[in-house]
Design a protein. Structure first.
Length: 77
C-alpha cells in the first residue's frame, strides 16, 4: 500500500512539475534554484495531501470536495 501511494504521489508531483515548467516556459519565467520547480511541485502536492486527509478522512466532507479543491487552488494561485 505504501508503494502504491508513493507511485501515485510521484505521478501527481510529476504532473504538477510538468505544468509548472510549461507555464514558466510559455511566460518566459525561470526558476532561481536547481530544485525550485520541484520543491514547488512537492509543496503543492503536500497541500493537497493534507487537504485530503483533513476533509476526506477526518471530517468526511467528501460532498464539498470540489469547493474545497477550488479554495485550495485559489490559495495556491
Amino acid at each position: 500500500m505504501a508503494e502504491h501511494r508513493k507511485v501515485l504521489f510521484d505521478k501527481c508531483t510529476g504532473d504538477v512539475l510538468n505544468a509548472l515548467l510549461t507555464v514558466s516556459t510559455n511566460q518566459g519565467v525561470t526558476f532561481k534554484g536547481t530544485y525550485s520547480a520541484e520543491v514547488i511541485s512537492v509543496s503543492i502536492m503536500g497541500i493537497y495531501e493534507r487537504i485530503a486527509y483533513q476533509y476526506l478522512f477526518w471530517q468526511d466532507q467528501s460532498g464539498d470536495f470540489k469547493t474545497i479543491g477550488s479554495d485550495a487552488v485559489d490559495f495556491i494561485l
